[in-house]
Design a protein around this ligand. Structure first.
Ligand code: NAP
Length: 645
């Protein structure tokens, strides 16, 4: 999770800052949750569980249903289409590859490296009066190995291209999208794991938050034994799941069906495992979380710290001269100051340049660290660009825009695993994010990257030797402007980490402020509440804001204010009122943009909402965005109306 600059236009105070990041303030601890599962400051620790039932092999009649199947080249994928046909569905298939299309059989080839072609296909089908009510995304269903970038092409970029093509229409006619992966979920501890497949599950949490009317399910399967007899039940179970399953995240393992679930666990009371004077590497060690970890480690064990980032610092002998020649706000001067404070507190620090996403750089940095300090005892992975740059809505997402985040975080952790293969630190801790589960505003790439990172950690943990831990964290109180009770303080986070590292085996944990179950409900119902036909609650008076009420001045402002009122449950909204001061938060922001898209047929950016969250500015943005789509006469009329106002 990343923090954001305070938006212009008057978002003030720390409460609003929290809301921007995560939606509603954290739910208070529930009486029914055993106290042992929460830290003294209300951080709940949970683990994933996958309760199991028998998978059903009874495909119902699908007569009257329209299915779009995105088939991969794997043989099992084509049989899904055939089975859906047999059950009576009207099926169109879009087959990944450069093969020939057969319009009579409603089968069309789509080059997966050009997934934007999906929009053209869907538009053509719509033009012919055919829109799907169910979509099965099977492109990730591949048996052969793919490297990370090629894999993300199908599991992430292809999926987002499909959501872009389907999503806007879903507001009028609901669509269920099943994303089928293989190797995405660590359920049994034994199935092969493929981190780029997991990225599809992360992204699938965000798609319904950005597109009202789109229901997205993630179904992970393992391949059947290679003999034909074993594959028939496999197909029946998969097609039954696609046609009848309801839960958002499911894994099919042989005859069993597992539903994703989480359970609070007791917070371990032990706190050993760190060596006084030990050698600890922090990838992303000059960032907010990385540096907070460095400070905590220093207080605890006066370590030898290796801080890695892509930044080149001047040689330590030049630090005084650098500081003398730059003001105190200079980024390098501030880092020098902080590194010195670590040294004064008893740490030895080696800050090295290494881009985790580039092959060989981590290995080289680790060699230098070992030459200076000796064996590496533990590694913390906290690399990732924070800030607004990570927030890309699905509508705005392109492979070029999302790739740096995916390759920096997920690619970086994969490279770290490679670099550690010939080393054996006691543990690796991956600082992952709750975004993986809760989604949030414009975070499809973040959720995808962290879901993949959790899978890398699980995969590595199975090798034995080094213990790999991953923690899907709620927001840490690093950086400016956080309300202390709405974030995990670094000391609390570190205490929890120490307790986890003391466990004899690694694993995946989730650390939530308040109840995870309550937070998941908000994340899911937030999306469900926007589905067509969802009832809005009663209206409340406009809250007392510092700015005076200014009524809408024309029809467009009235329509925009009306959408705000409906979404925020307010009787009135002034054109200079700030969305976030009115109670808007990140998920509502996503929904607002969806409603604007539906009402005005324009796409506004998330960034614009954050930077100028008022009806007045939003109306101008809508007019500008519409301008290119309007004929000159309509444009002139609209501008005249605005000028008269
Ligand atoms: N902040 C939170 O509340 C929070 C909560 C949960 C999880 N997390 C996760 O923790 C991680 C760090 O978050 P943060 O808030 O500390 O971010 P941040 O302040 O932006 O720090 C990220 C650090 O990573 C470095 N970095 C980025 N890309 C890198 C690469 N390819 N190779 C090496 N270093 C790289 C950055 O330095 P350079 O740019 O100089 O390389 C910086 O030092 C993220 O993955 C985030 O999702 C954060």
């Amino acid at each position: 999770l990343t923090s954001l600059p305070a938006p212009r236009g008057g978002v003030r105070g720390v409460r609003e800052r929290y809301d921007l990041l995560k939606g509603q303030p954290p739910a208070q601890p529930r009486a029914s949750v055993p106290a042992m599962t929460m830290t003294a400051q209300g951080v709940e620790l949970s683990v994933p569980t996958w309760p199991r039932t028998q998978a059903s092999p009874q495909v119902p009649s699908l007569a009257g249903q329209r299915w779009l199947v995105l088939e991969s080249a794997a043989p099992g994928a084509a049989s899904v289409t055939e089975r859906l046909h047999l059950a009576g569905a009207d099926v169109v298939s879009l087959v990944a590859g450069t093969g020939t299309s057969d319009p009579v059989a409603k089968c069309f080839a789509v080059d997966p490296s050009q997934p934007e072609a999906l929009t053209e296909h869907l538009e053509r089908l719509r033009g012919e009066g055919w829109t799907p009510d169910h979509v099965a995304y099977l492109w990730p269903l591949l048996k052969e190995h793919r490297d990370l970038d090629a894999g993300l092409g199908t599991s992430f970029h292809g999926l987002l291209a499909l959501a872009k093509a389907l999503g806007p229409g879903a507001a009028k006619a609901p669509v269920t999208l099943d994303v089928v992966t293989t190797g995405a979920q660590d359920v049994t501890g034994e199935e092969p794991l493929v981190p780029w497949q997991s990225a599809a599950v992360g992204a699938s949490r965000v798609l319904p938050q950005e597109y009202p009317g789109l229901t997205v399910r993630a179904v992970d399967i393992t391949w059947p034994a290679p003999d034909a007899a074993a594959s028939a039940p496999w197909l029946e179970r998969l097609v039954t799941e696609l046609s009848s399953g309801r839960e958002p995240v499911v894994a099919l393992r042989g005859p069993y069906r597992h539903v994703e679930s989480f359970e609070p666990v007791a917070v371990p009371s032990a706190s050993a495992a760190l060596k006084t004077g030990g050698v600890y590497v922090i990838v992303g060690g000059l960032g907010r979380v990385g540096f907070a970890l460095a400070e905590q480690l220093t207080q605890a064990v006066k370590p030898k710290l290796v801080l890695l980032s892509r930044r080149t610092l001047p040689a330590p002998g030049e630090w005084d001269a650098w500081r003398a020649g730059h003001d105190a706000q200079d980024a390098t001067s501030r880092i020098i100051e902080r590194v010195r404070s670590l040294e004064q507190a008893g740490a030895q620090v080696l800050a090295l340049r290494a881009d985790a996403g580039v092959a060989g750089q981590l290995d080289k940095a680790l060699q230098l660290a070992e030459a200076k300090f000796g064996r590496i005892d533990g590694v913390f992975y906290a690399a990732g660009d924070g800030g607004m740059a990570t927030r890309i809505s699905v509508a705005e997402s392109t492979p070029e825009a999302a790739a740096p985040l995916l390759s920096g975080r997920l690619g970086g952790l994969s490279r770290l695993a490679e670099a550690l293969a010939s080393r054996s630190p006691d543990f690796v801790v991956v600082q992952s994010s709750l975004t993986v589960l809760l989604g949030g505003m414009a975070v499809s790439a973040v959720a995808a990257a962290h879901a993949g990172m959790d899978a890398v950690a699980a995969q590595q943990g199975r090798r034995g030797g080094t213990r790999w831990y991953t923690v899907d964290w709620d927001v840490w109180g690093v950086g400016e402007g956080f309300r202390p009770d709405a974030v995990i303080s670094p000391s609390e986070g570190f205490r929890l980490l120490r307790a986890l590292i003391s466990q004899p085996t690694g694993g995946r944990y989730l650390a939530t402020l308040g109840s995870l179950a309550a937070r998941l409900q908000v994340a899911r119902e937030g999306a469900a509440a926007t589905r067509p036909g969802a009832k809005s609650g009663g209206k409340h008076p406009r809250p007392p804001l510092a700015n005076a009420f200014v009524a809408p001045r024309d029809e467009t402002e009235e329509r925009v204010a009306g959408l705000w009122q409906e979404l925020l449950g307010l009787e009135t909204v002034g054109i200079t009122d700030n969305f976030f001061e009115l109670g808007g938060h990140s998920l509502l922001g996503v929904q607002l943009l969806s409603r604007i898209r539906e009402a005005f047929q324009v796409e506004l950016s998330m960034r614009a909402l954050f930077e100028s969250p008022t009806v007045e500015v939003m109306t101008v943005a809508i007019v500008e965005a519409s301008a290119s789509q309007l004929d000159p006469e309509a444009l002139e009329a609209m501008l005249a109306e605005l000028e008269q106002a």
